[in-house]
Design a protein around this ligand. Structure first.
Ligand SMILES: Nc1ncnc2c1ncn2[C@@H]1O[C@H](COP(=O)(O)OP(=O)(O)O)[C@@H](O)[C@H]1O
Ligand SMILES: [Mg+2]
Length: 389
């Protein structure tokens, strides 16, 4: 539905040139909720502005449906007003001197849509954002959340196939943000339009999206479904940007290449001869030998970075029998957060962050046993591991 190819954008400033978009390419399928997730300054807004026609890229091509709206090669630049896109800005940008109805009606009025149709469409849009009874309210009498819904209704009313949303929830307080997140998701399902959403908030991205593109420094780092990106990141940036994680550097080794003594004696993944039964492999790390979830690319002595989420580590005050991937260490930090305890556990030179069951109080200095399940140890491609010095 939307196809971006090799988009580049550089800003010339007094302090020098800023490369906002390095070489951005992605495709958004019809009807998808597509999110660009990345830190502040990574180029998210610039991308949306290029799609909307508010910014002229230095190079590349933008295609909406079958229509090329921008191309340096083909010398095409369709003006913003003719791109049939709605955009909601981070600062909602609703008109303070107008009431709710007129704010929402604005995009139709500038296009000279007949009055009766304007009324019907505005009411339908206000109904969708649950603001129907507020039609006549002056915009200035609205709460932040209501203003944001007005901005959304104004984007919906135009009935474009493509809606661009630039951090639309970031100015709201936490509780409202969570509510609006759910409403946005439902709204998208009802409308069936294609959405390109921009946020620096990984939770928002996880909840809302069909596809997430993780962006850093004007480039896509990794793209995929929320679950896959969170549970099976392939890049270090993704693993650390999306939630908290532990990264363990090690060396990959095929179990068949290891001396039998190196295999944990009661390994649930190995057969009696110490051969690995399934696709799992072993890595040697500063914490010891670990089976990990293989990415199917078993290679000898490669460097490997294993990523394990704090919530995937099983914490126990006593040794856990019949399990490999077990280490023990001492608690160096323990925080009670109600539904879990956040702890740091020191094992030799390394510290691992874990989430422990709040029912068993842990305190600094306690010895604990950690089980790192093989399926929760996710290898990240070796070429992204910094070489040990
Ligand atoms: N009009 C502009 N002039 C100069 N630099 C800009 C301009 N707009 C954006 N930038 C720079 O481009 C980079 C990307 O900005 P932006 O797309 O706004 O990032 P994001 O929305 O991800 O926070 C930043 O380094 C920003 O400072
Ligand atoms: Mg921005």
């Amino acid at each position: 539905m939307l196809k971006i190819q090799n988009l580049r954008k550089q800003f010339v400033t007094k302090r020098g040139d800023v490369v906002a978009l390095q070489d951005l390419s992605f495709e958004v399928p019809q009807g998808a909720f597509f999110t660009m997730l990345g830190p502040s300054g990574c180029g998210k807004t610039t991308t949306l502005r290029c799609i909307a026609g508010l910014e002229r890229p230095d190079a590349g091509e933008i295609k909406i449906g079958e229509r090329i709206v921008f191309s340096t090669d083909k010398r095409i630049m369709v003006p913003a007003s003719q791109r049939r896109i709605s955009m909601v800005f981070q600062s909602y940008a609703i008109w303070p001197h107008m009431n709710v109805f007129d704010n929402v009606a604005y995009p139709l009025q500038v296009r000279n849509v007949p009055r009766s149709e304007v009324i019907a469409r505005v009411r339908r849009a206000l109904d969708m954002v649950e603001l129907k009874e507020m039609e006549q309210r002056p915009a200035t009498d609205l709460s932040g959340g209501q203003q944001q819904r007005v901005a959304l209704a104004r984007a919906i009313v135009a009935e474009t196939d493509l809606i661009l949303l630039d951090e639309p929830l970031s100015n709201l307080d936490e509780q409202l943000r969570v509510q609006m997140r759910t409403q946005l998701r439902e709204l998208h399902q009802r409308l069936g339009c294609t959405v390109v959403y921009v946020t620096h908030d990984q939770r928002e991205a996880l909840v809302l999206s069909d596809i997430i593109a993780v962006i850093n420094a004007g480039q896509i780092v990794e793209m995929g479904e929320p679950r896959r990106l969170y549970l099976r990141p392939q890049r270090r940036f993704t693993a650390s940007f999306m939630g908290t994680t532990n990264l363990i550097e090690g060396k990959r080794g095929d179990t068949r290449a290891l001396p039998v003594a190196a295999i944990p004696p009661e390994c649930e993944h190995c057969d009696a001869r110490g051969g690995c039964q399934d696709m799992r492999t072993i890595a040697s790390t500063p914490l010891g030998q670990f089976h990990y979830a293989s990415d199917g690319q078993v290679a000898m002595s490669d460097l490997v970075l294993l990523c394990v989420r704090p919530e995937s580590i099983r914490v126990s005050p006593t040794p856990q029998a019949n399990k490999c991937n077990l280490v023990s260490g001492r608690v160096t930090r323990a925080e009670f957060l109600g539904n879990y305890q956040r702890c740091d556990v020191q094992i030799g030179e390394m510290s691992l962050g874990v989430r422990a069951n709040p029912e068993y109080p842990l305190k600094v200095g306690d010895q604990v046993f950690l089980h790192l399940p093989a399926q929760a140890l996710v290898p990240i491609q070796a070429d992204q591991v910094s070489a040990p010095s």
